[in-house]
Design a protein around this ligand. Structure first.
Ligand code: M6R
Length: 604
């Protein structure tokens, strides 16, 4: 789960690589490193910490080089310490690696490497093998390495005696590359590429890329030249800018009204959903008889909330699977399922593998994706892009609200095609959806109020969140935010389940957040709050204004203005995002880059 960038050209390689690594930091940020080919040998600089730390380690020592590669790491094998940072070297070989070599231990035994390695990393084993296999022909060495290793990988390699040249090969983990005038660039994703040119290609599996000043050449396993398949990018990565906010997360929370607006408005014609510009026509969905949603993390939570809407308004049985579990599932589907994957990054390996599995079985697949031209978008039949803009903070916020609003549109669209909702009803639902930006803005404007209330959770290790139906689904997302950025152990419970076990954990002073936004669930939810209070819990109730008179107890509350019951979940989630954000701020934590995490999970 790492980021890789390589450059050969006439410019200052250090600057280009460091700038690129900053863009790739979302893939991991526990350590970083860089290697340059000096013409005679390879120089390596690496350190524990973020790219800014690497920049400091390097100083201006890199400014003289015009060929090199860099790596930002999220540790898989080997702890977070300087020697384990990439690049790794062995003999004449220096390399960076993204992925996992599953059989590295067997290879250590087979090649008797135990006493010759300096680290516990699988990547160093690959460097050692390449060095053992290398006798002047890099392709032969790589061919032999590929015969030995099992796993997923993207490798970029320099050989000490081959000046200004690097080689790349991959399996599953992505590498894209481009050539522009005298410059060549390769990277784990398109963001650094987009700053150089709008033409790129994806390094195909089973080929080896050779990149030097003369150009980029691809070779297949028999050393025949392969013509790269060039593609166009019609966007340019934004330079990351917090726009005056202390953290990207706060900026991204505040961007939600505009991001939702951008995601839905251009897909509404005459008050009805119109997905034609996305390449989705009625025939694509007319005959589907179930929806199989696949996603991870926050995107999975968006899927759970969307299921309710797909079933209610499109009249279609919808299953939601964690992508990482789907891979092992029993494959029992309806006759004509539609696979709907959800991913902010479009690079989450579990989601990609699950969709590949569905595609191999011949099923149609739609992706709800934020990052254009990402790996997932390349395997889906149709990509419905959210217009959230770059999401940099590890904790996903605007991606969730945009994914969900787009899926509401999709549900109304399918409902119309299948005759489950009439045009008038669809128009009225779309009008409710169009109110979302304003409703979300209203709660963002109240962030100081939520900040004050969040202080009660600061000294607690555990937090319960309870609710039923859509409230429970909103809380699932809220707890993920709280866990990942505040390190408080937060659990969402379907209130009805409390008595089946979890209530045993409630003791005097335990903080609980209860969410109550649904008219028909209110009475039951209210008695669940009483049950926890009777056992000493200190409850904060987030409640829809019109339900307050029915609460029947005196507790601290956050009031949510009345809104359609099927849409109010968005507002509740934003409140929980803000509460989590301020808890993390007051604990003095790095909100954007929480410990142990990476923005994109590219290993299984
Ligand atoms: O890029 P994706 O939407 O596929 O990512 C899925 C999860 O890794 C992601 O939502 C993760 O759970 C976030 N850190 C949650 O805030």
């Amino acid at each position: 789960m790492c980021g890789i960038i390589g450059y050969v050209g006439n410019d200052n390689a250090a600057k280009i690589i460091l700038d690129g690594l900053k863009m790739l930091q979302y893939r991991g940020y526990d350590s970083a490193g860089i290697a340059f080919h000096s013409g005679q040998n390879v120089e390596i600089y690496k350190c524990v910490g973020k790219i800014e730390d690497l920049e400091e380690t390097l100083g201006n020592k890199g400014d003289v080089f015009s060929c090199g590669f860099g790596h930002t790491r999220w540790a898989t094998h080997g702890s977070v310490r300087q020697p384990n940072a990439h690049p790794h070297f062995f003999g004449k070989v220096t390399l960076v690696h993204n992925g996992i070599i599953e059989n590295y231990k067997d290879l250590i035994d087979k090649y008797d490497l135990k006493d010759r390695l300096q680290t516990t990393c699988d990547s160093e084993v690959a460097a050692a093998l390449l060095d053992i296999f290398y006798s002047g022909d890099p392709f032969e060495a790589i061919r032999k390495l590929l015969e030995e290793i099992r796993g997923t990988y993207a490798f970029v390699v320099m050989f000490e005696d081959i000046e200004d040249t690097m080689y790349a090969f991959r399996k599953v983990s992505p590498i894209v590359a481009c050539s522009h005038e005298d410059e060549r660039l390769l990277a784990s994703d398109l963001m650094p590429i987009s700053l150089m040119t709008d033409e790129y290609f994806i390094l195909p599996e089973d080929t080896v890329l050779e990149m030097n000043r003369k150009g980029i050449t691809l070779y297949d396993a028999d050393h025949n030249e392969v013509r790269p398949e060039y593609r166009k990018i019609d966007w340019k990565a934004d330079q990351y800018d917090k726009k005056g906010y202390p953290f990207f997360m706060e900026k991204e929370i505040s961007e939600q009204p505009e991001a939702i607006r951008k995601t839905i408005e251009h897909r509404i014609t005459d008050g009805l959903p119109d997905l034609s510009k996305d390449g989705l026509d009625e025939d694509f969905v007319r005959d589907i008889d179930s929806i199989e949603i696949i996603a991870c993390g926050t995107s999975y939570h968006a899927g759970l909330a969307a299921k309710v809407i797909f079933e209610k308004y499109a009249g279609i049985k919808t299953n939601v699977s964690l992508a990482s579990e789907f891979i092992y599932s029993g494959n029992i589907f309806s006759k004509r399922p539609l696979f709907l994957s959800i991913s902010q990054s479009g690079e989450t390996i579990d989601t990609i593998e699950a969709v590949e599995k569905a595609k191999k079985a011949g099923y149609p697949a739609i992706g709800i994706i934020n990052v254009k031209d990402s790996s997932l978008s390349r395997i889906c039949d149709v990509s419905l892009y959210t217009d959230a803009g770059p999401e940099i903070a590890v904790a996903s916020t605007k991606a969730y609200t945009c994914q969900l609003s787009l899926m509401y549109l999709l549900a109304f669209y399918i409902g119309l095609v299948k005759g489950k909702v009439g045009r008038d009803e669809a128009r009225s639902l779309i009008r409710e959806l169009q109110k979302l930006p304003e409703k979300v803005q209203e709660v963002i404007d109240r962030k100081d109020e939520f900040h004050l209330l969040s202080k009660r959770f600061l000294d607690h290790k555990d937090l319960f969140l309870i609710g039923r139906g859509p409230d429970y689904l909103a809380l699932l997302e809220g707890t993920l935010k709280i866990k990942e950025i505040t390190y408080i152990h937060a659990e969402a419970y379907a209130s009805g389940e409390l008595k089946h076990g979890p209530i045993a954990l409630i003791e005097t002073g335990m903080p609980v957040i209860a969410l109550m936004t649904q008219d028909e669930l209110m009475l039951k939810e209210s008695s669940n709050v009483k049950e926890t209070r009777a056992r000493g819990a200190k409850v904060l109730v987030i409640i829809k204004e019109s339900l307050l008179p029915h609460l029947g107890q005196k507790v601290d509350t956050i009031l949510i203005k009345d809104y359609h019951d099927d849409f109010i979940l968005f507002v509740a989630v934003v409140i929980l995002q803000i509460l989590a954000y301020y808890i993390a701020i007051d604990k003095g934590l790095d909100v954007d880059k929480p410990r142990n995490l990476a923005k994109v999970v590219t290993v299984e």
